[in-house]
Design a protein around this ligand. Structure first.
Ligand code: SF4
Length: 681
C-alpha cells in the first residue's frame, strides 16, 4: 500500500499473534492498516518479528466474515443478527430443557481478549449452568498449569521476558524459541552475545542449538529422564543449593532417593545423548548464579507432561533458582492471550483466578457476584467434549475463535465427531475448517476492531485498542456475548470492555488492582491485588505462592506410543516462524505464506537414502490414525529415527497422524510423539 506518513493515524496496540506480547503501532489510512511499526514496550524492547511486522494483512482480507450465516439444506445462507440469535437461543433452550445444562459445551479462545474470555465462561456458567468450558491451553500448557501449581502454587512464568538479559546461564528445552517466540529468542541470543552460557536440550538442531555451548539432542519423550539425569549429577557433585533447599523447599529426601536411579550413563542411553555432555550441562546449570530455564510444548505435550513440568521445577528448586531475577522457570505460552484465557477461567474446573468450581466458598462468591446458582461439578475438557459431541451427550457446542478440526490430535476423528454434531455455533473472523461444520456462523471482530486486554506470557496485562470500525456487519466478541446473555434473559449492560475488566477485577484476586487507567502505558504483571500494588515481575521472591517449594520427583515413563516394526519412526511436531497455529490468518498474508505454503516432513539423510527419498520427493506417512502424502525435506536437523512435521496445515496435516493418549492429570494429548511409517509415494 502506498501512503504518505502524514496521511496516516497511529494506534498503539498489542500484537495479536504470539504470547510475547510485543507492543506495536498500527498505521491506519482510511479504513485500512497500511503498515505496522514496533513500539518500545516493556515486553519487546522495540522489536517485532516477521509476523508482527508484516502479518497484518489478514485484517482487511476479502475473506473476512461479514454477516451471520445460517446453514440450510447443507448450505450457508446470509442471515440477520436477529435471525441468528433467535435460532441460537431456541436451540440452546431446547438442549438445556431436554438434556440439562451439561449437554452444552463451549470452546473459548486464547485469541480473544481477557474481557471476552471472562464473558464466555460467565455465559456458560451463569446463564447456561454448566462448567463445560475449555480452550486450546488444554493442548499446550495444561500440564504447566497443573505441574507448577502443585510445586510452586502458581502455574505461570516466574520471571519476565527481558530478564533473559540478566541471566548468566540459560537452559532451553522443548522450545524452538527463535521460531515460536521470536522476540524472546532474540533476547536469549542477546544474552548469549553478552556472555551468558547457553544449554539447549531438544530433539531437533534448532537455531539456538547452533549457538549453544552445549547441545543435547534428546529423543522426543525423554524429558523426565533428562532432567533427572541433570539432578543426579548435581546432587552427586554436591552442587545443590543446600541453604535454599533447607529454607524454602520440602520433600527433598524423596527427590534425592529417586534421583539415585538416574546415573548419566543410563540417562544418556535413554535420551540418545553423550553422558559427558549431560555431566557438563548439569555442572554448567548448577554453577550459574542466575540460571533460567525456558521451556514450552516439547516438555508439556506428553502423556507425562505434568511430570515433565514438575521435573523442570525440581531442577530449578534444587539450585535455588526460583524467586530470583534473571533465573526461574519460564513456560513460554503460545497464543497472544492463552495466559489470560486461563486466568479468566476458560477452564472446566476453575473460575477466574484459578478459584476452583468444586470449592464451596468460591461457588458462593461467584453465585453472589453473578446472581445465579452455579454448578459445582467440574466440566469436560476439549477432548472429552469432542467425544461427547460424537456420542450425543453434548447437544450444543459453541466454538469461539478455535479451530479443533486442525489443531486437535487425530483430526479425522474430530471431523467425524463434528459431522455428527447436533448443533454448532462458530464465532470467528474467517470461515475456519471447524466453522464449515457449524449450523450458525457469527462474524467476529479482529484485534484491530476492538478494545480490551491481552495477558502475555510474562503475566503482563496490556491494552488492545480499537483502530478500525468492525468489518461489514461483524461485531466484537464481547458485544455478541453481551447481546446473547440478554437474549437468554440474563441482564448484562456492559457498554465498554473496561466495565467488564472492573467486574472481573472485583472477583479475581490476582487482577484486583488492574484497571484500564493503570495499564494505559506499560501494562502490569499479575499478581496485582490492589489499586496501589505495582505488579509482580518476579514470582515467589519471599515465599512460594504455596509457601514452600515442593519437590515432586517422578520416574521416567516411556511415551504412550513407541516405535515398533510396523511404525519404526518417532514423529514429533512443532511450529515454524512464518505460520501461526492453524494458518487461518497467516495463509491469507501472501508475503508470509509464500515461505512455507504446504506441509512437509523433515527426514534425516540416512533415513532418506534407506527409503530412496530425495529432497522434495513425495512421501507417504502413516500412523495408527491414518496416512497422508507430504513433501520430504532431507536435513540433518533431525536424527535417524526421528522425523518432524510442522502442525499448522490442514491439507496433509500432521494432526491426521497424532494420537489422543492423554496425560492423566492435565488431560493434555501427547502431540509430540507418534509412531509412524514412511514410504516413497
Ligand atoms: Fe507478535 Fe510474537 Fe512476533 Fe512479538 S514475537 S511480533 S508478539 S508474533
Amino acid at each position: 500500500d502506498r501512503f504518505r506518513y502524514w496521511d496516516v493515524r497511529k494506534v498503539r496496540t498489542t500484537c495479536s499473534f504470539c504470547g510475547v506480547g510485543c507492543q506495536m503501532e498500527l498505521l491506519i489510512k482510511g479504513d485500512k492498516i497500511v503498515e505496522v511499526q514496533p513500539y518500545d514496550g516493556a515486553a519487546n524492547n522495540n522489536m517485532l518479528c516477521v509476523k508482527g511486522k508484516f502479518g497484518y494483512k489478514f485484517v482487511n482480507h476479502p475473506d473476512r466474515l461479514k454477516t451471520p450465516l445460517i446453514k440450510r439444506d447443507g448450505k450457508f445462507e446470509q442471515a440477520t443478527w436477529d435471525e441468528a440469535y433467535d435460532l441460537i437461543v431456541s436451540k440452546l433452550k431446547e438442549a438445556i430443557d431436554d438434556h440439562g445444562p451439561d449437554s452444552v459445551a463451549g470452546f473459548s479462545s486464547a485469541r480473544c481478549t481477557n474481557e471476552e474470555n471472562y464473558l464466555f465462561q460467565k455465559f456458560l456458567r451463569a446463564v447456561v449452568g454448566t462448567n463445560n468450558v475449555d480452550h486450546c491451553a488444554r493442548l499446550c500448557h495444561a500440564s504447566t498449569v497443573a505441574g507448577l501449581a502443585t510445586t510452586l502454587g502458581s502455574g505461570a512464568m516466574t520471571n519476565s521476558n527481558r530478564e533473559a538479559l540478566k541471566s548468566d546461564v540459560i537452559l532451553v528445552s522443548g522450545s524452538n524459541t527463535t521460531e515460536a517466540h521470536p522476540v524472546i529468542g532474540a533476547h536469549i541470543q542477546q544474552a548469549k552475545e553478552k556472555g551468558a552460557k547457553l544449554i539447549v536440550a531438544e530433539p531437533r538442531e534448532i537455531e539456538l542449538a547452533k549457538e549453544a555451548d552445549i547441545f543435547l539432542q534428546i529423543k522426543p519423550g525423554t524429558n523426565v529422564a533428562f532432567f533427572n539425569g541433570m539432578m543426579h549429577v548435581i546432587i552427586k557433585e554436591g552442587l545443590q543449593d543446600k541453604e535454599y533447599i533447607a529454607a524454602r523447599t520440602e520433600n527433598y529426601e524423596e527427590l534425592e532417593k529417586i534421583m539415585e536411579s538416574y546415573p548419566p550413563e543410563k540417562v544418556a542411553e535413554i535420551c540418545g545423548i553423550d553422558a559427558e555432555d549431560l555431566i557438563a550441562a548439569a555442572k554448567m546449570y548448577a554453577e550459574g548464579e542466575r540460571a533460567a530455564i525456558y521451556y514450552s510444548m516439547g516438555v508439556t505435550q506428553h502423556s507425562t507432561g505434568t511430570q515433565g513440568v514438575m521435573s523442570v521445577s525440581n531442577l530449578a528448586l534444587l539450585c535455588g533458582n526460583i524467586g530470583k531475577e534473571g533465573a526461574g522457570v519460564n513456560p513460554l505460552r503460545g497464543q497472544n492471550n492463552v495466559q489470560g484465557a486461563c486466568d479468566m477461567g476458560a477452564l472446566p474446573g476453575d473460575y477466574p483466578g484459578y478459584q476452583k468450581v468444586i470449592n464451596p466458598e468460591a461457588q458462593a462468591k461467584f453465585e453472589k457476584a453473578w446472581g445465579r446458582s452455579l454448578n459445582n461439578k467440574a466440566g469436560l475438557t476439549i477432548t472429552e467434549v469432542v467425544n461427547g459431541v460424537e456420542d450425543g451427550s453434548i447437544q450444543f457446542l459453541y466454538v469461539m475463535g478455535e479451530n479443533p478440526a486442525v489443531s486437535d490430535p487425530d483430526t479425522t476423528h474430530v471431523e467425524a465427531a463434528l459431522k455428527k454434531a447436533n448443533f454448532i455455533v462458530a464465532q470467528d473472523i474467517f470461515m475456519s475448517e471447524t466453522a464449515e461444520f457449524a449450523d450458525v456462523v457469527l462474524p467476529a471482530g479482529s484485534f484491530a476492531e476492538k478494545d480490551g486486554t491481552f495477558t502475555n506470557t510474562e503475566r503482563r496485562i496490556q491494552r488492545v485498542r480499537q483502530a478500525l470500525k468492525p468489518i461489514g456487519e461483524s461485531k466484537p466478541d464481547w458485544v455478541i456475548l453481551t447481546e446473547l446473555m440478554n437474549k437468554m434473559g440474563y441482564e448484562a449492560s456492559y457498554s465498554h470492555p473496561s466495565e467488564i475488566m472492573d467486574e472481573m477485577a472485583s472477583v479475581t484476586p490476582q487482577y484486583g488492582g488492574i484497571s484500564y487507567d493503570r495499564i494505559d502505558e506499560e501494562g502490569l504483571q499479575w499478581p496485582c491485588p490492589t489499586k496501589e500494588h505495582p505488579g509482580t515481575p518476579v514470582l515467589h521472591t519471599e515465599t512460594m505462592s504455596r509457601g514452600l517449594g515442593l519437590f515432586k520427583p517422578a520416574d521416567y515413563i516411556e511415551s504412550a506410543e513407541t516405535p515398533d516394526k510396523d511404525y519404526p519412526y518417532i514423529m514429533t511436531t512443532g511450529r515454524i516462524l512464518y505460520h501461526y497455529h492453524t494458518r487461518t490468518m497467516t495463509k491469507r498474508v501472501k508475503g508470509i505464506d509464500v515461505m512455507f505454503p504446504e506441509s512437509y516432513i523433515e527426514i534425516n539423510p540416512i533415513t532418506a537414502s534407506r527409503l530412496d527419498l530425495a529432497d522434495g520427493d513425495k512421501v507417504k506417512v502413516a500412523s495408527r490414525r491414518g496416512d497422508i502424502v507430504t513433501t520430504a525435506k532431507v536435513t540433518d536437523k533431525v536424527v535417524e529415527d526421528v522425523v518432524f512435521m510442522p502442525f499448522h496445515f490442514y491439507e496433509n496435516g500432521a494432526n491426521r497422524l497424532t494420537g489422543t493418549a492423554l496425560d492423566p492429570t492435565a488431560k493434555i494429548p501427547e502431540l509430540k510423539v507418534s509412531a509412524v511409517r514412511l514410504e516413497k509415494a
